[in-house]
Design a binder for this molecule. Structure first.
Ligand SMILES: [Zn+2]
Length: 462
């Protein structure tokens, strides 16, 4: 062997094999320091479906206990999570035999071990119950279930888990579609006003199955005329004003589940003939035009009432939920603060580009790490490459106390990993990584929703 080749082989032997030796970023000192600093930051969760204390009492009394119990806590926490969006879970058996359910469910869990929607649930069992879900025996699982059900008797369980353990200071909950007093809530939750169905107001019959979201009932209650298209837009104006008075801090639309996000600029003359007609007298193009027209009015009213507009983008009706479809609307409404939910997953690059081009856009990473931790980490890194760090937020997007805890811990982890990797790549100083983490977890939401600042100040004063 020639000398040079021999030296080359020797040299190669001593070159650190990054992929083999670098290991898990979570084992690094940088990650540990970032985690310690950011775990101490009280977070603001910008989107949740957390059920209120009364609803949870109902679950305990009727689903887990009572004459005809229909579920158990361990099955429920999984079945209402995002686990079941991509894989079925064995149903809770009619004979209520825990062993039968647990045995049947093992195959479902086995098929999902790598999924983020599964892994985001593991912190619940590890942190709140001190058990490893993946190695539970039948007896241990049954005991865990009994402990979970017992916790529902504790009226402070939500506060204990979310405020004390997850360190979430405030949560914006998607809790009403019409302005009304929200009685079933926690002291740490505030409301978003959901406007999803208002775009269908061409005829009152659209709301016959949605009485709680009926703008015509609202108009009658407030003695407002609703006989013309202009009247209808004035009703929407009033709904938003009342929602703000009732404590809503933003608007929320998940229309992306129903139709394309391509909302085109439509003239009043085009849709005036549509107003007042029931669905069976209209064709799909007319309905879309009406919805487009109203969505534009909602974007204007969002600016008028200073209620930022949270819009579900990505993962929904995927033929039309790419956030690129919103760009014309966004650029034509520079006074409206658009918050693109879920990072536009999986179109996270497109969403980043929209934020780069449109100063009236903020990205909310809510749900994204729970859909894919891999994409989530890449998205945080790419977005921080692209635009300023004061325009990214996060949320847990879950309905149960435990699910919210899991999503929060998992999202925090994803953010810390992305930041630690940037520090280790020498693309960011550690002190700046900590500052950016604090912005994403807390400061950006306080800046976006000024009423929350008052609430934070009030709780600090107590
Ligand atoms: Zn949601």
């Amino acid at each position: 062997m020639p000398m040079t080749l021999r030296w080359l082989l020797v040299a190669l032997f001593f070159v650190p094999m990054r992929s083999a030796d670098a290991g898990d970023v979570k084992d690094s000192d940088v990650y540990a320091r970032i985690k310690a600093r950011l775990d101490a930051v009280p977070a603001i969760d910008t989107h949740s479906h957390l059920r209120g204390p009364r609803q949870l009492q109902n679950v305990l009394e009727h689903e887990f206990r009572g004459d005809k119990p229909s579920d158990c806590a361990l099955h429920r926490v999984w079945s209402v999570s995002y686990f079941t969006w991509a894989h079925p879970l064995a149903a809770w058996p009619a004979d209520r035999r825990f062993d039968a359910w647990w045995t049947a469910a093992q195959a479902d869990f086995d098929n999902s071990r790598a999924r983020s929607a599964y892994r985001a649930m593991l912190p619940i069992f590890r942190d709140l119950y001190g058990v490893d879900f993946e190695s539970l025996t039948l007896d241990q699982a049954e005991e865990l279930n009994a402990r979970m059900e017992k916790n529902y008797e504790n009226p402070d369980w939500a506060d204990e888990v979310l405020r004390k353990r997850a360190n979430t200071e405030l949560m914006v909950v998607d809790s009403f579609v019409m302005p009304r007093e929200v009685r079933d809530h926690y002291p740490f939750t505030v409301s978003a006003c959901n406007v999803r169905w208002l775009i269908n107001g061409f005829h009152p019959s659209e709301f016959s199955k949605l009485p709680a979201a009926d703008p015509y009932a609202f108009a009658a209650q407030h003695r407002l005329p609703a006989a013309s298209l202009d009247d209808y837009v004035a009703v929407l104006d009033r709904i938003l004003a009342e929602a703000k008075k009732a404590g809503a801090v933003c608007l929320k639309s998940q229309t992306a589940y129903d139709r394309t996000l391509l909302f085109e600029r439509i003239s009043k003359q085009q849709v005036e003939p549509v107003f007042g007609k029931p669905r069976d007298e209209l064709n799909p193009a007319q309905i879309k035009a009406f919805q487009d027209y109203i969505f534009w009015r909602l974007a204007e009213l969002s600016a008028k009432h200073e209620l930022p507009f949270q819009i579900h983008t990505g993962h929904a009706y995927i033929q039309g939920s790419n956030p690129m479809n919103l760009v014309d609307l966004i650029q034509a409404n520079p006074q409206t603060k658009f918050i693109l939910f879920h990072g536009g997953f999986p179109w996270v690059g497109e969403t980043g580009m929209i934020a780069l081009k449109c100063p009236n856009v903020w990205i909310d990473s809510v749900w994204m790490p729970v859909l894919s931790h891999t994409v989530g980490k890449r998205a945080y890194r790419e977005w921080l490459d692209l635009f300023s760090s004061n325009r990214i937020m996060w949320g847990s997007d879950m309905s149960t106390i435990e699910g919210s805890y899991g999503a929060t811990v998992y999202t925090r982890q994803c953010i810390y990993e992305a930041l630690a990797e940037k520090v280790m790549d020498k693309e960011l100083r550690e002190k700046d990584a900590v500052r950016i983490g604090r912005q994403i977890l807390r400061e950006n939401a306080l800046e976006m929703f000024p009423p929350l600042r008052k609430q934070v100040a009030a709780s600090e004063a107590r």
